[in-house]
Design a protein around this ligand. Sequence first.
Ligand code: NAD
Length: 476
Amino acid sequence: MYPDLKLFIDGKWRKSDTDIPVINPATEESIGHLPCASTNDLDDALEAAVKGFEIWQRTSPRERANTILRAASLMRKRQDDIAQSITQEHGKPLKQSKSEVIRGAEFFEWDAGEAMRTYGRVIPAAPGHKYSVHHQPIGVVAAFSPWNFPMSQPARKIAGALASGCSIILKAAEETPAGAIHIAKAFEDAGLPDGVLNLVFGRPPEISNYLIPKEPIRLVAFTGSTSVGRELSTLASQNMTRSLMELGGHAPVIICEDTDVTKSAILSANRKIRNSGQVCTSPTRFFVHEKIFDDYSKAFVKYINSIVVGNGLDPDVDMGPTANSRRISSLSGLVEDAINNGAIVATGGNKIDIKGYFFQPTVLLNVPKNSRIMSEEPFGPIAVINAVKSLDDAIEKANSVPYGLAGYAFTNRADYIDQLIDRVEVGNLSINTLEASMPETPFGGVKSSGHGREGGLEGLQNYMSIKNVWHSAKIS
Ligand code: NAD
C-alpha cells in the first residue's frame, strides 16, 4: 500500500539518480526509496511553476475552488490508503492518521471557499476619481513542510497557495513523504493544470539554499524549528522576499483551583500523548495551583500509566513511536538534565527497550526553572507539572520562554479568563479545551514562534499582495 516515491514536476512524476531510504520508525525497516531532486530538477520545477502561475492566476476563483474541492473529495475517498501510508512512515496510531487525512481535506475545503472571498475595497474619492484596493496572488511560493503531520502540514501550504491563485514548489519532509505524494496525486486526478503544484525532495539545506534566492520566488512558507526558520527567513530577506513562518512552541497549561481536577487532568494527559507529543502546540508546561497540585498530578500520572504504546497499525495502541532516532536522544538528554537539577520522575523517562524509536510517556514533577526542558521544546511525550501560588505566578511562568504559539487554561472564573486573554503571550489561547487550530481559525505564533497566519480569514493574506488603484476619469 505504501506509494511509489517520486518527484512531481510540471505535471509529471519522475525518479532521480540519487535516493534516500524511508524508515518505518516502529520497526526501523526501510519501506521505500525517495528520489532526491538535482539542480536540473529544481530548475525544471521553477520553470514549471512560472508557467503554472501564468495559467492559474488567470483561472477564475470559482474554477480554482472547484478544482481544489474535487481534489479534497478524492482525498476523503482515499483516506484508508493515505492513513495506512502515514502510519507506516510516521508511526502514529491509524485512527490519528485517519483524522489527519480528514483535517487535511478540511483545510482544502475551507481555503477553496475563501478563494471566492478575497475581497478588496472601494475608498471614497472626489468626483471623477475612484480608489480601489485589489488583492492579487503573490506569485510562485517555495514551501517547506515538516515530518510531524505528513498530510495536514503540506495541505495547509498547498491550500493557501492554490486558493490564492499562486503556484507552489513544495519540499515536503523526506522522512514522511507519502502524505504530500497522495495530495499531488489527488490534484493530478482532479485536473489541476501542469506546473501549478510541484513536489520535490532532497537534502533540505541544498534545496532551500538553491530555491529561495531565485527570482521567481515571491514567498517562502516554512513550518519547523525556530532555528531553521531563522535561517530561511534571513535568506528570504536578502531578496526582500516575504516569509510565512510557523515555528516551535512550548505550550503552557494553566490549571486554576476552581477547575474539575480529574476531567482536566485526563483530557490533558490524553492530548499530551497525541502524535507522541510531536506537535508544535503540544501541552507541555503544566502550572497547577498548589491547592490541587497533588490530586491533579496523581490523576494525570494514572492516565499516562494506562497508555498502550506500540506499532500504530495495531488498533489497541494509543501511542506510537517517535518519528526518528534524533527524538530519542534529544528526549533522553532533557530528562537526564531535569533529574540532575532535582526534578522528580513520576513515570517514564526512558527509551523503551524494543526495536523502534519508542519513548515512554513521561511525567516530570517539580522541575526547577534552570532545567533545559523549561525553555527547550521537548517535541515528544514529556509533560512537566509544577505547582504555582496564583494566577499571576502562572502567567509570569507561562510567558517566561521565547516561544508564543499555543497556550491553554482550565477555569470557569470570568475574572481569570479576562486576565488570561489580556496577558498570556501566544498566538492561540484555548480555555477549557486543548484544541488549538481549526481550518476556520487563524493559526500562528508570536515571539520566536514565527509570523503570519494559516487558516481563517487571515490565511490567504500571506499569499496575496495588495494593489491600490487610482482611476481618474479624465487626464488630470
Ligand atoms: P530540524 O530543525 O533539523 O528540522 C525541522 C524541519 O525543518 C524538518 O522537517 C527538516 O526537514 C526541515 N529543515 C531542516 N533544515 C532545513 C533547511 N535548511 N531548509 C529547509 N528545511 C529544513 O529538526 P528535526 O530534528 O527534524 O525536528 C526537531 C525540531 O523541529 C523540534 O524540536 C521542533 O522544534 C521542530 N519541529 C517543529 C514542527 C512544527 O510543527 N512547528 C514540526 C517538526 C519539527
